[in-house]
Design a protein around this ligand. Structure first.
Ligand code: NDP
Ligand code: 2IT
Length: 444
């Protein structure tokens, strides 16, 4: 049996009931096969892949908090410190009822390669909780965040592990967590990113994942003789990534006609009104029915359906495995020519293969959504030098980073005779730097 197959089998055997983690490992290792085969003996002797797929450390802890009626609730908190070969652990905190160890491990594993691709000195980590922020009062959110940080603060720090936002964790949650960290540890330091601008946050961090997604997509299209100008784009999600992806796509001349949340989706034939979407989602924290109620050109549908709308470009920006093989077939049948992942692992492996086999340009999340964590690393730099850069400075750095990422993965795919396979290119380019750093640091 090949070394890659052996490690995939071990991961499944040693981590049962973690299907998303198996999927992420399989997707990465399958496309690294050619690289691993070229170095099989040495990698095997060094147990390189085993060290890569086993987190350096993982924490699981109790998070008790009191609701507005005096009822105590207990959630589970996680932080997985996956790989610190190239820098302090870096990665977001997901607050969603579906969170479990396997989901945090899939996200942490992906984060290693994503962070490597940014070219910045950040290792891979991820955390979160099965806490559901929906329908909670501000006081309940604060109670949860304070209790979560009371435990998490023992394991993180500006030079060791720097969490940030993800699903369910935005500026409000980061603020409450930062306040509690500072209170307990007595340190005013860049321990979290995505902070508010009045206490150490960076301009552009809010927009960075969505903007970065479009900078990379724009470059990928240009290099393949296509353009966003006049393109019809479908977006899923209506959160941080989806909103700023929509905003930048429109600035680049595309028409975005959909968005979605966990209960339904919008088709807006005149193009999504971003100001209205921000009002509904960022200010009122309301459902998309409110968007439809305020916008005559918009239709609201229950359930899932954005991929049925004919488009040139599809941007999944909600959650894992939201675009399956049937959706991929519909996209191809409707003439879609590019898919770029704003979310982490939103496309199933079968769907990804189908899109690639049918000539659709496919940018994987670990490259396409790396603008968020890259700008987080720029926030860390600003915190370290105790300065703040202008919007234009950060935005132009972000754009350079995304354009460079695209060319790095394009080059890596070409080097291994897989031109146009950006999934393989991203995994190879991300892997090479991490392996180089791991080898230099010995068996640790
Ligand atoms: P938000 O919480 O801001 O928004 C998430 C959006 O996706 C919401 O519209 C939400 O709907 C929807 N959604 C979440 N879970 C599900 C689900 N199970 N089924 C259907 N819809 C769902 O999160 P972000 O925008 O920050 O994150 C979106 C994706 O992007 C995630 O995969 C995240 O890991 C990834 N990402 C985020 C980065 C960041 O900087 N924020 C950086 C890189 C990647 P509802 O409100 O109804 O739950
Ligand atoms: O998945 C991701 O890259 C994020 N949620 C952002 C992580 C970060 O540290 O900014």
């Amino acid at each position: 049996m090949s070394y890659v197959d052996q490690v995939i089998e071990e991961v499944i055997a040693k981590n049962p009931a973690e299907p998303e983690f198996h999927q992420a490992v399989r997707e990465v290792l399958e496309s690294l096969r050619v690289v691993v085969e070229a170095n099989e003996e040495q990698y095997k002797k060094d147990a390189l892949l085993e060290r890569l797929v086993n987190p350096e450390r993982q924490f699981k802890f109790r998070v008790p908090w009191v609701d507005d009626n005096g009822q105590v609730h207990v959630n589970t908190g996680y932080r997985v410190q996956f790989n610190s070969a190239i820098g302090p652990y870096k990665g977001g905190l997901r607050l969603h009822p579906s969170v479990n160890l396997g989901i945090i491990k899939f996200l942490g594993f992906e984060q290693i390669f994503k962070n490597s691709l940014t070219g910045l000195p950040i290792g891979g980590g991820k955390g979160g909780s099965d806490f559901d922020p929906k329908g909670k009062s501000d006081r309940e959110i604060m109670a949860f965040c304070q209790s979560f940080m009371t435990e998490l603060c023992k394991y993180i720090g500006a030079d060791t592990d720097v969490p940030a936002g993800d699903i369910g964790t935005g500026a409000r949650e980061i603020g409450y967590m930062f306040g509690q960290y500072k209170r307990i540890r007595g340190l005013y330091e860049g321990v979290l990113t995505g902070k508010g601008l009045s206490y150490g946050g960076s301009l552009v961090r809010t927009e960075a994942t969505g903007y970065g997604l479009l900078y990379l997509t724009d470059e990928m299209l240009k290099c393949n003789g296509k353009s966003l100008e006049g393109a019809t784009v479908v977006v899923s999600g209506a959160g941080n990534v989806a909103i700023y992806a929509t905003e930048k796509a429109q600035q680049l001349g595309a028409k975005v006609v959909t968005c979605s949340d966990s209960t339904g989706w919008i088709y807006d034939k005149d193009g999504i009104d971003v100001a209205l979407l921000k009002e509904v989602k960022e200010v009122k924290r309301a459902r998309l029915t409110e968007y439809a109620a305020a916008r005559p050109s918009a239709e609201y549908h229950e359930g899932k359906g954005v991929w049925t709308i004919p488009c040139d470009v599809a941007l999944p920006c909600a959650t894992q495995n939201e675009l399956d093989l049937d959706d991929a077939k519909t996209l191809v049948a409707n003439g879609c020519f590019a898919v770029a992942e704003g979310a982490n692992m939103p496309t199933t492996m079968e769907a990804t293969e189908y899109l690639q086999e049918n000539g659709v340009l496919f940018a994987p999340g670990k490259a396409a959504n790396a603008g968020g964590v890259a700008t987080s690393a720029l926030e860390m730099s600003q915190n370290s030098e105790r300065l703040s850069w202008t919007f234009e400075e950060v935005d132009s750095k972000l754009k350079n980073i995304m354009v460079n990422i695209f060319h790095n993965l394009d080059d890596a795919a070409k080097r291994y005779g897989m031109e146009g396979n950006y999934v393989a290119g991203a995994n190879i380019a991300g892997f090479e730097k991490v392996v180089d750093a791991m080898n230099a640091q010995g068996i640790v």
